[in-house]
Design a protein around this ligand. Structure first.
Ligand code: AP5
Length: 213
């Protein structure tokens, strides 16, 4: 099994959806920098105060702030058997810092989830999330009771960065800053491209097959 796995893919490609499920099925933590940063924002920590405005506009949070947060998370005992990284690394400096932190072993698998821009906008503007990270879609994956999380009964929210204008900015940053990492990992023969379109269950089966190797 590919226990040190990370997801790359544009906003709305399904990274959170499938990383959560992999984590549950294989018993290794799902480490999402987006979720971690949103928690800092809602708790109004110093990091959260510095990140909030950037995230709302679709810009990236500075590497140094994110790196410190991720290195601390990966050093916890539950991460010793592996992890599924979602949303990190996102820039070349983040990728190189992760490589150094993991030496000598490195990454086992990079799953690149692919979805066309025409679909991304519809997915993201219809997304609703609960404060604990469960993900829905108003049309294609609605909760049983409108506006309420099936799992924990929390009120569902529309992320402030899930507007059409901000999504366009996030997609552009993905192409300029993050997509070049595919080439960085491609050299290490660990990259698997997975078609992220179609039924969620079918996409997950492709993801899990890549994970099992
Ligand atoms: P982050 O939270 O990581 O956002 P993102 O990368 O833009 O990804 P998303 O969460 O939007 O999408 P996803 O691919 O997880 O899709 P999902 O599964 O939810 O980051 C947010 C911000 O934090 C960044 O902009 C930045 O400011 C900051 N940040 C985070 N990490 C950082 C870092 N490392 N460095 C610097 N800054 C950082 O699915 C989307 C929707 O589609 C859902 O509604 C879902 O139900 C639906 N869906 C999923 N699969 C399917 C399917 N097969 N068919 C139809 N609908 C589907």
């Amino acid at each position: 099994m590919k226990r040190r796995t990370l997801f790359l893919g544009p906003p709305g490609s399904g990274k959170g959806t499938h990383a959560t499920r992999l984590s549950r099925e294989f018993g290794i933590p799902h480490v999402s920098t987006g979720d971690m940063l949103r928690k800092h924002v809602s708790q109004q920590t110093e990091l959260g105060r510095r990140a909030a405005e950037l995230m709302e506009s679709g810009a990236l949070v500075p590497d140094a702030l994110v790196l410190e947060m991720v290195v601390e998370r990966l050093s916890r005992p539950d991460a010793s058997r592996g992890w599924v990284l979602d949303g990190f690394p996102r820039t070349m400096p983040q990728a190189k810092a992760l490589d150094s932190a993991l030496e000598p072993r490195g990454i086992d698998l990079v799953i690149v989830l692919e979805a066309p821009e025409s679909e991304i906008l519809e997915r993201i503007t219809g997304r609703r999330v609960c404060p604990l990270g469960h993900v829905y879609h108003v049309r294609t994956q609605p909760p049983r009771v409108e506006g309420v999380c099936d799992v924990d009964g929390e009120e569902l929210q529309h992320r402030r960065d899930d507007t059409a204008g901000v999504v366009t900015q996030r997609v552009a940053i993905y192409h300029s800053e993050t997509a070049p990492l595919i080439e960085h990992y491609g050299g290490a023969q660990v990259v698997r491209r997975v078609d992220g379109t179609g039924d969620r269950g079918d996409v997950y089966r492709r993801v899990a097959a890549a994970f099992r190797g």
